[in-house]
Ligand binder design. Sequence first.
Ligand SMILES: C[S@@+](CC[C@H](N)C(=O)[O-])C[C@H]1O[C@@H](n2cnc3c(N)ncnc32)[C@H](O)[C@@H]1O
Length: 424
Amino acid sequence: MARQDGIAGRRAAIALLDRVLSDGEALSQIAEVPDSPLTALAPADRATALRLAVTVLRHLDQADRALSPFLRKTPPATVLNALRLGTVELGVDRAAPHGVVNSIVSILRADPHLAGLAGMANAVLRRVSEGREGFAALPVQKMPQWLRQPLVHAWGRPAVAAMEAVQSQPAPLDLTAKPGMVPQIDGLEPLPTGSFRLASAGQVSALPGYAEGDWWVQDAAAALAMRLLDPQAGERVLDLCAAPGGKTLQAAAMGASVTALDISGPRLRRLQDNLARTGLSAGVVTADALHWTPPEPFAAILLDAPCSASGTLRRHPDLPFVKDGSDLPALADLQARLLDRALGFLAPGGRLVFCTCSVLPAEGEAQITAALARHPGLRVERPDLPGVDPDWISPEGGLRLRPDHWAERGGMDGFYIALLRLAD
Ligand SMILES: C[S@@+](CC[C@H](N)C(=O)[O-])C[C@H]1O[C@@H](n2cnc3c(N)ncnc32)[C@H](O)[C@@H]1O
């Protein structure tokens, strides 16, 4: 489809917001279905639509606060989402008011069901535009109660507020490079833990070294899991729940002989693509880890268990709107069963890293405490990694990483990582 002065991207962004906020669909799901609002968009419009939708979701609460003085009653969902988009473009992106207001009004006018409200939208957005200097002073969006409450209980209100402040900003782009390689990218910051950070990304595939497979995208927190397992050259390593493969690539680049297992065929195809791009190799197994048995035990296993992904809200601000926490008990149960199963694949004296991209203790600290009680002889080894603040180590010996760690340089994903050792 040809570009039409920002209309196509904005129209698709409004449709994405409708699907997330009214239908409860995650953006990652919508992007993959054939009837997606992104289908048939030019790549630049697609990127614009996603960026705008994500920005609105990060600031939805502020947008509603800014709009409410000018709305006598709540308009239909699509019109409200169009107004939210306009408001966030005016208040956060600081976009030119004329272009924003005209685009939103044109989009509404072009829809026979909504055209009658285009005049109202015009008037409201002009009022919002006049007061846009006040947008930055509105309170930062809070996490939903089902998530906020256990976090306040675990880390306290100031820490949760600090996490929310980081989550209100776009996440930086973190890279993991092959050992000994320093990507030659302008503005790249080497991080104390060995990852590299770019404050803002642009088109990742256009960055130097991408095509050559010198590095891959992986949050600095996520990169610590395989560093903690510390695979040795030639060592057999099992990467359980491996796709799309950030940690498999790390182990393979360190020279390990990796078996990457995941239940999802489509996600493993992405892992295969990542191996191909980086010129690395691994054995790939499509299987349910709960029903698979290795041909022989492993001395080193990494288990990146499925979880709430509540540590990744700054990258996936749609999650609070499509989840309600009702799947947490089932996830915690699956994590415990996967951990027990994985421990059964270990050779005596072997080591296992358990990790989740969650900020909830139920998916981290509590899992390890319970596993230690279930498995006499199992112990936790305290992490000793470059760049890791000793304050990040929790009482049971795991690494608790939170979005507000490194807040001054853009934060990190929430993660929990523990290194377990089986008795000889
Ligand atoms: C957090 S993601 C893994 C991310 C990956 N380790 C990486 O670094 O790119 C969790 C993965 O667990 C997989 N999974 C869920 N249940 C599984 C099971 N029973 N057996 C194997 N894999 C499973 C999912 O398909 C998903 O790819």
